[in-house]
Ligand binder design. Structure first.
Ligand SMILES: NC(=O)c1ccc[n+]([C@@H]2O[C@H](COP(=O)([O-])OP(=O)(O)OC[C@H]3O[C@@H](n4cnc5c(N)ncnc54)[C@H](OP(=O)(O)O)[C@@H]3O)[C@@H](O)[C@H]2O)c1
Length: 243
């Protein structure tokens, strides 16, 4: 499928594993010149259209540097995909440092990177920001869920403010997508995966990073210019948990 993105530039965070790696690869395959970022930069799969940049998105100095280095390597960034993140299940007595890290990773990093790249998008009157978020229906306390909820509403507000400048801002809620965190931490055994799928996923299986990546590519395309401020699940029908 051709999303007519050839010649565009993109910055994708969380590109060393799982969903972010799938998004970086699909965009690069589409002819987008991609700055792919993560801490474990050595795990970012090489590609002719891909520049790997190392950085920790919870560190403000790293975020500013990543925005600068991506722009220096590619020119102005057309498409920002905020994918770095991770689940943070917790208890009522978790300390402040735990919450601050969870918010920094799953909310503040996306907000700061968007702010750093927005002026160039607005100036050129074209831009795409896509956040990879998550469920709004927690099964227990999870600091990442609170952070992703903040990201949804921040993105909706921002979408209103920049729509007339040709910039769209959307969020995608993965249900259960095969990735490092899902396979190694959340559902480490085949038995636990099968039990979860039977109870919760009408499609009968976990999704693949490409299932999310294709929606990112569409939202990044010119055809999706009138779609903004949305929160879209990619979840095989696991809708009860993805509002
Ligand atoms: N997979 C799912 O079913 C699912 C469900 C709901 C939401 N999500 C969301 O989708 C996104 C991707 O999830 P995933 O399952 O693909 O996760 P994953 O396999 O664990 O990959 C996470 C990515 O984020 C990067 N990352 C984590 N902490 C970082 C930090 N401090 N600085 C820079 N990069 C960091 C990791 O790179 P390094 O470790 O190399 O830095 C890695 O590339 C996350 O935001 C997650 O919350 C996923």
């Amino acid at each position: 499928m051709d999303y007519e993105l050839k010649g565009r530039t993109a910055l994708v965070t969380g590109a060393s594993a799982g969903i972010g790696a799938g998004i970086a690869r699909l965009l690069a395959d589409q002819g987008v010149r991609v700055a792919a970022t993560a801490r474990r930069v050595e795990r970012i799969a090489p590609h002719a259209n891909l520049t790997a940049l190392a950085g920790d998105v919870t560190a403000v100095a790293d975020l500013e540097r990543l925005a600068r280095e991506a722009t220096a390597a590619l020119g102005p960034v057309d498409i920002l995909v905020n994918c770095a993140g991770g689940s943070r299940p917790t208890t009522v007595d978790a300390d402040e440092a735990f919450w601050e890290e969870a918010m920094a990773l799953n909310f503040t990093s996306a907000r700061r990177l968007s702010i750093a790249l927005l002026p160039a998008m607005r100036q050129r009157r074209w831009g795409r920001i896509v956040n990879i978020t998550g469920t709004m229906e927690p099964r227990g306390l999870n600091a990442a869920v609170a952070a992703k909820a903040a990201l949804h509403l921040w993105a909706k507000g921002l979408a209103c403010d920049v729509a007339a400048d040709g910039v769209t801002v959307n969020s995608i809620q993965p249900g259960r997508i095969n990735s490092e965190q899902i396979l190694e931490k959340l559902h480490p055994t085949e038995e636990s995966r099968r039990a979860f799928i039977e109870r919760n996923i009408p499609a009968g299986h976990f999704g693949e990073p490409a299932d999310v990546a294709h929606l990112v590519a569409f939202l990044a395309s010119s055809a999706a210019g009138y779609i903004t401020g949305t929160v879209i699940p990619v979840d095989g029908g696991m809708r009860n948990f993805a509002h």
